[in-house]
Each structure stands twice: as structure tokens, then as C-alpha cells.
Write a new protein. Structure first.
Ligand SMILES: [Zn+2]
Length: 392
């Protein structure tokens, strides 16, 4: 089938059938266990260990092919977008209506083992770190935490030909061109000199393939993560061990704070990685990896430009960042004053212009950095420049 026709089929399947039981930012074991239980009759689901607080960690095995791929998601508990995409992938692989030829090829070519939530304690508490406050992605050498040891043992057992290290990134990342970094990739360095080893080349080729696919959907919004070497990061350690490894960073798509659009894009990236979108026909040159724009820290959630604020002699901009708060099993967003000053070098996912008027932050002329903000209005005309109830 032509790539174009396959993509059309995949997209129309996705719109109607994605795993809608999983939605929003808060995904923990309670959400995925029913889905894993219902999949047990069709795929191998295993309990591969426990977290520091005794919650189970699961793996899912798809396919019986010679190329072994190992993926893990929610190593950082509050990074759930790739978990949602993994369950979309699982659902697609188990359906019997469309793309049966491609799915059969995938199941015959690959053995894909994935850990949907590596850090279930962090997922439950909606924290990056595990229950002991340890960042598991800095624990690759020490292996001081149960979760780190579960992953390390799984890597030894599976002996993967590829590792997929699945994460979310914050809304602060963009490209030099001023596009948000909606999806970023990294082929982690294998040494401090960042030599392009044969394992890295393979990872880079795959990243270029996925980037070329996503570029059609989100032009300019695929970026490349910083590749400075840190042996304590799991991806770097895998790379050093000669395993081609790809870091996925699911980022911000305009207006999509629930990360449902990004989840769909990650799903397409997975299908491209596994050759389902094109039957592995699209070849890629690893050197193109270096043409992918680098991730820059140049985005704010909201910028109110061109206002006067007491305590600042010049006309300034006010930046607001949304802070994710777990409340009654859902993530809500608090608006926090991030920066007041010259923000000409920064882009914003949403912005407004105060026309040099005096701004009232929370009905006062002054508000400090780090304060929670409800509204910004102009003093004279009472125009609303920002309202925290609108999550743009
Ligand atoms: Zn992460």
C-alpha cells in the first residue's frame, strides 16, 4: 500500500478508536491496570517488580520477531503522554479491522516489550521523582532505587536492539525559529566527546525517519534535545553500552495542555519507528539528525507585553507559567508570575498587549515573582489582559 493511503487509514482509525479511557495528564496504575487485565488474554503482561512503596510495575510484550525493542514510560511519574500513546498502540495492534497486513509484519519483525509506568509511586503522587524523592533518570549507575533495578534487570533480560526512553518535556521549550518544541528527540551521547558511534547512528536514522513523518503534521515543531553526556542518565548509559537508544520528549502543542494532540503525534512516531507507516521504505541519512533544530528554553505559557508595573521604571512584559496541581484525581493549572521585565527574546504560547497601560495584577498595582495570579487588567480601561480561568 502507498504510504499516503496507510497514513490516511491510520489517522482515521485513530480518530475513532484511540484509547479514550486514558485522558488528561494524570495517569497512574489505577488507570492502566484494567486495560492491562483486559489485554492479558492476547498479549503477555507481566508483573516485573515493585516500586519503593510496593506498587506493581508491569511489562507488556507484543510480537515475536527478531528485532527486540524495549520501551519505558513514566520513569518520571508526571510524564504520562507517552503512556497514553503506548496504550493507543497496543489497542491498534489488537484490533482486527484495519491494516492487518502491516500489523502482521510488525508482530513478525519485532518483539516490543514496554513498561507503561516505571515509577508508579511518582505517577500516583504526580511527581517527577519516585517515593524517595529520587530522579530515576539520574540513578542509572547507582541503581539505588527498586525501580532502577527493575529496569536494569529488564534490559539485561531483553537484550534490546533498541531502547525507547519515553518522557514529557515542559512548555518552556521551543526552537530558534520560534516554534514550540511539540516533540523532541535525542540520540543520547555515548561518551563525553559525543562521538557518533554506530549505535547512535542507528538511533539518529530512526529519529530522522520519525521527524520526517511528523514534519508533515507539525512543520517546524520537531526538535532535538541537548546531547551533553551524563552517565547517570539511563539513555546515556544504554548508548554507552552500545544499545541504540532514542529519547522521546512529548511537548506542548498550542492549546493542548492535556497533551491529547501530542499523544496522537507520539503514536504516529511509534508507528513510523516500527515501519508501519511506510513498510520501512523511507530511508534516512543519519547526518540529517544535525539539521533538526535544537531545543531552546525560549517559551513561556503566557506573556502580557507592553505594560507598566509598579516598581519597574520601564514598560515591561509579564510572563506567567502554569503550575500543574493534582487535585481530586485531576490535574489543574495554577497561574504563577514567572518573570517581569524585558522578554523580547521569549516566545509565548499565548500573549496579549497592554498598550503601555498600567497593569493591575490581582487588582493590585504590584505582584511578586512566584505569586499565584488570578487576573491582570488595565487600571484605566479595566480591560482584561489575563484571566487564570481561561487555559488557552
Ligand atoms: Zn522526563
Amino acid at each position: 500500500m502507498f504510504t499516503f493511503v496507510i497514513m490516511m487509514k491510520i489517522q482515521s482509525w485513530y480518530q475513532a478508536h484511540f484509547r479514550s479511557e486514558l485522558s488528561g495528564r494524570y495517569i497512574c496504575n489505577d488507570h492502566i491496570i484494567p486495560l492491562l487485565d483486559s489485554a492479558r488474554d492476547f498479549v503477555r503482561v507481566e508483573d516485573i517488580g515493585s516500586s519503593e512503596n510496593g506498587l506493581p510495575i508491569h511489562s507488556v510484550k507484543l510480537g515475536t520477531g527478531p528485532t527486540k525493542v524495549l520501551g519505558w514510560s513514566q520513569m518520571h511519574g508526571n510524564e504520562s503522554t507517552t503512556t497514553k500513546a503506548l496504550f493507543d498502540l497496543l489497542k491498534m495492534m489488537l484490533q482486527k479491522e484495519v491494516l492487518q497486513e502491516e500489523i502482521k509484519a510488525f508482530l513478525g519483525n519485532y518483539t516490543f516489550v514496554f513498561v507503561p509506568i516505571l515509577n508508579p509511586d511518582g505517577a500516583l503522587a504526580y511527581t517527577r521523582e519516585n517515593a524517595n524523592g529520587i530522579d530515576l533518570n539520574r540513578d542509572a549507575m547507582a541503581l539505588s532505587q527498586l525501580e532502577s533495578r527493575v529496569l536494569s534487570e529488564l534490559i539485561d533480560e531483553v537484550q534490546p536492539d533498541f531502547c525507547l526512553n519515553l518522557h514529557d518535556q515542559r512548555t518552556i521549550y521551543g526552537t530558534e525559529e520560534g516554534k514550540p518544541a511539540t516533540v523532541s528527540f535525542l540520540a543520547p551521547a555515548a561518551d563525553p566527546d559525543r562521538n557518533v558511534t554506530s549505535a547512535r547512528k542507528l538511533a539518529m536514522e530512526q529519529i530522522v525517519r520519525m521527524r520526517n513523518r511528523l514534519e508533515l503534521l507539525i512543520p517546524g515543531q520537531v526538535a532535538r534535545y541537548d546531547d551533553s553526556f551524563n552517565i547517570n542518565c539511563v539513555g546515556d548509559r544504554c548508548s554507552k553500552a552500545g544499545i541504540p537508544t532514542i529519547l522521546f520528549e512529548a511537548g506542548h502543542f498550542p492549546g493542548d495542555y492535556e497533551r491529547e494532540n501530542t499523544r496522537e503525534l507520539i503514536f504516529y512516531a511509534f508507528l513510523t519507528f516500527f515501519g508501519i507507516t511506510d513498510g520501512h521504505q523511507a530511508v534516512a541519512e543519519y547526518k540529517e539528525y544535525f539539521l533538526i533544530p535544537e531545543n531552546r528554553v525560549n517559551y513561556k505559557d503566557v506573556i502580557i507585553r507592553n505594560v507598566r508595573v509598579e516598581g519597574y521604571p520601564e514598560v515591561v512584559s509579564v510572563a506567567i507559567q502554569y503550575k500543574e496541581i493534582l487535585l481530586n484525581g485531576k490535574i489543574s493549572f495554577e497561574s504563577i508570575v514567572d518573570t517581569i521585565g524585558d522578554l523580547d527574546d521569549c516566545f509565548a504560547h499565548n500573549e496579549n498587549d497592554g498598550n503601555k497601560g498600567i497593569a493591575l495584577l490581582n487588582y493590585q498595582e504590584k505582584a511578586g515573582i512566584g505569586e499565584k495570579i488570578l487576573t491582570i487588567i488595565t487600571k484605566n480601561s479595566q480591560n482584561t489582559l489575563f484571566d487564570s480561568r481561561d487555559l488557552w
